[in-house]
Write a protein that binds this ligand. Structure first.
Ligand code: ZN
Length: 263
């Protein structure tokens, strides 16, 4: 697995190779075996453009598929460097994309205009493959496990990579960003998602959040506890809820105010 962290928003893109046994040494000139998936995406045009050669240098096959943990625009950009790869997402995300045609593209355009970013190619999502969640997704001869992860948005999934003991959490368990919810019922489903992820986090070697540093299992459990305590306080005390330690900057307080308004 390789994690690429964007210089903007510390957005993580996770590259997973499955279906290849670790102890087989491949000759230098052999075609790389197994199958590669790219989960979520970095944001900047140069970071996206470098992904194909990064895979080549790491001797990984070009991606057989792309996965998005949820349908927020900043997680959908891998279609730009890999326009022919199928994009898979949770059924809930596919429904959301269908309900808001062009929505991700509009938000990307607004973001790019604000930062004067120029892209060579527009984002075209094409046909999206809806994956049943909970469920599994084949990669080579191995399986990724998919778990519902809702609350940050009304859609989404977390991905467990059994052979690496890695949880790709989507926009949960970030040590740089407080939990953000879009609606009142979001707080309850966010808390339910944290409880659903807890046993996976407890046996994870690493957790890759949507934004921020990759965490070891123990640190991720601590973030999980802080996030659950914050959300509980948000339910009970609204704006008086104390923000998690280390996530109390002015920008985090703006996110907190939005959570209070949603509540
Ligand atoms: Zn995000």
């Amino acid at each position: 697995m390789i994690v690429v962290t964007s210089r903007l928003l510390q957005t993580n893109c996770t590259i997973v190779r499955g279906g290849v046994s670790a102890d087989v040494q491949e000759p230098e000139d052999a075609t790389p075996s197994g199958e590669t998936f790219v989960v979520d995406s970095p944001i900047l045009p140069d970071e996206l453009a470098l992904l194909p050669s990064l895979l080549e240098q790491a001797r990984l096959p070009q991606p057989g598929g792309l996965l998005a943990t949820h349908a927020d625009w900043d997680h959908l950009l891998a279609r730009i460097p890999f326009p022919d790869a199928t994009l898979g997402c949770a059924e809930s995300s596919a429904v959301r994309l269908q309900a808001e045609p062009g929505g991700a593209q509009r938000e990307l355009r607004a973001f790019d205009e604000r930062l004067y970013l120029v892209r060579e190619r527009p984002l075209q999502l094409g046909a999206v493959q809806a994956l049943p969640v909970p469920g599994t997704c084949g990669i080579g001869d191995a399986q990724l496990e998919l778990y519902p992860a809702e609350g940050h948005t009304g859609d989404g999934m977390a991905i467990w990579v059994p052979w690496a003991q890695v949880l790709v959490a989507g926009d949960y368990l970030s040590s740089v960003e407080i939990p953000t919810v879009s609606a009142r019922e979001g707080i309850d489903s966010y808390l339910a998602t944290l409880e659903r992820l807890r046993p996976l986090v407890a046996r994870a070697a690493h957790v890759v959040p949507g934004h921020g540093p990759v965490l070891d299992g123990a640190r991720a459990l601590a973030v999980l506890a802080e996030d659950a305590a914050y959300l509980q306080a948000l339910l009970e005390r609204g704006s008086a809820a104390e923000l998690p330690h280390g996530r109390r900057s002015r920008a985090q307080r703006v996110l907190h105010a939005a959570n209070v308004a949603a509540r």
